[in-house]
Design a binder for this molecule. Structure first.
Ligand code: UDP
Ligand code: GLC
Length: 395
């Protein structure tokens, strides 16, 4: 009989974490595992989950809970206190759902899910797997959550060794495994044609196009990319730039960044050469239209799904060397160039090297594809997670 796995994703947006988890759900062996996804009502998740033929259980996420964020502005004790009643009602709803649906495993994505899932699993005696996709700091909040995890004997998946190291520092090393994300190699493939997208955006087929794909947030490095673009625009006339993404986080501490970027591009005299596409639902086509993909996070990136997607598409990458990114891209320079985070002149020089050398772009793209096939096939990822499920179920 198939084991029932509940995925708890209390996020109103679909970012890299959600995409990675949904990729797993889609690739799971349905003969052996029966997935169900539980997430907030009113968001974009429900329809995506249902399109996978997977039941979606909706949950009302009170605003006090939704806007809590370990990294954002809303992380004070009073903020947390204010969220307690809402969190308790979520816990009750999840806990009774776990019992009624006779679930076998709770797989949580994100801190709020970890807390609620651990409490519900503990209560219902159902094993819990925390999928940790972000660095954990060593502060009172994280230590309290870690204590809950130890008490509830949760198992942990870390998305990179870099993230795992931060989790280990909290005393959660036992029962933890690093399982890197996977990508659908058919969806993200060098065969995808980017011609239509160039046409839509008015970008000539022969123009060299350098782009960054990612949610707009100051730490993702869009401002550094634009500073670099300003220099490149002088040195390599004809070069065009794409900024793909938008500001979508709803936790506090975010806002008005898109306007800042548009102003910055104008101030740098890049009005004619930078295109802001907004949030795109067709990233494979977007990447197919790019000659070089940039990942410019100035803070260590836990994994960097965009880097993996670019590699799978056979696109050369210039990325900042921190967090999980070197694990994804590799450090031998085969699939792309690594530069120090925040170093605009290193970023500029690396981009220039690729812009000027089409042969290098091709060979790096091919190496990236090869690396994605060898290490990051979503089927391989799903098999590793399934093996963990089997061990957890057997214990
Ligand atoms: N993405 C997208 N449309 C956009 C910008 C980004 O679909 O306009 C996707 C992108 O393809 C990737 C994810 O959002 O799958 C971002 O994941 P990543 O791990 O790079 O960063 P995160 O935003 O999760 O920190
Ligand atoms: C989080 C991280 C990102 C990672 C994604 C998938 O969103 O910020 O770096 O790629 O999770 O694991």
């Amino acid at each position: 009989m198939a084991a029932r796995v509940l995925y708890l994703i209390p996020s109103g947006i679909i970012g890299g974490a959600e995409r990675s988890l949904l990729g797993l759900v889609a690739a799971l062996d349905r003969e052996r595992f029966e997935p169900m996804v539980c997430g907030p009502d009113g968001g974009p998740l429900a329809s995506v989950v249902e399109s996978l033929g997977v039941p979606f259980l909706s949950l009302h996420l009170p605003r006090e809970v939704e806007r809590l964020s370990l990294r954002g502005a809303r992380s004070s004790f009073p903020d947390a206190l204010e969220a307690v009643p809402g969190a308790l009602s979520l816990y009750k709803a999840v806990s009774s759902g776990v019992r009624e649906l006779r679930l076998d495993i709770i797989h949580t994505n994100g801190t709020k899910a970890h807390v609620i899932g651990a409490m519900a699993g503990w209560r219902q005696q159902v094993p819990v797997i925390w999928h940790i996709r972000d660095f954990v700091e060593n502060r009172v909040w994280e230590r309290s959550i870690a204590a809950l995890g130890r008490a509830a004997a949760v198992h942990i998946i870390a998305n990179s060794s870099a993230v795992a190291a931060s989790v280990e520092a909290l005393g959660l090393a036992s029962r933890m495994e690093v399982i890197p994300n996977g990508v659908d190699l058919k969806e993200f493939s060098p065969e995808v044609d980017g011609g239509g997208l160039r046409k839509e955006l008015g970008i000539p087929p022969e123009a060299c196009l350098v782009g960054m794909v990612g949610l707009f947030a100051s730490w993702k490095g869009q401002q550094e990319f634009l500073r670099s673009a300003a220099v490149l625009h002088d040195r390599c006339p004809g070069l065009l730039f794409l900024l793909v993404g938008d500001e979508v986080y709803r936790t506090d501490g975010h806002g008005a960044f898109r306007e800042t970027l548009i102003r910055q591009a104008r101030d740098h005299g890049l009005g004619e050469v930078v295109t802001f596409t907004g949030y795109r639902h067709d990233v494979p086509k977007v990447m197919a239209a790019l000659d070089v993909v940039i990942h410019a996070s100035i803070r260590p990136e836990p994994f960097g799904r965009v880097v993996l997607e670019a590699m799978a598409m056979g696109r050369p990458v210039v990325a900042t060397n921190a967090g999980g990114v070197p694990e994804v891209l590799g450090t031998d320079g085969g699939a792309g160039l690594l530069v120090p985070p925040g170093d605009v002149s290193a970023l500029t020089n690396a981009i220039m090297r690729l812009v000027r050398d089409e042969t290098l772009r091709r060979s790096m793209g091919a190496a990236g594809r090869q690396r994605a096939e060898a290490l990051f096939d979503i089927r391989f990822h799903a098999a590793r997670v399934a093996a963990l499920y089997e061990r957890v179920l057997a214990a």
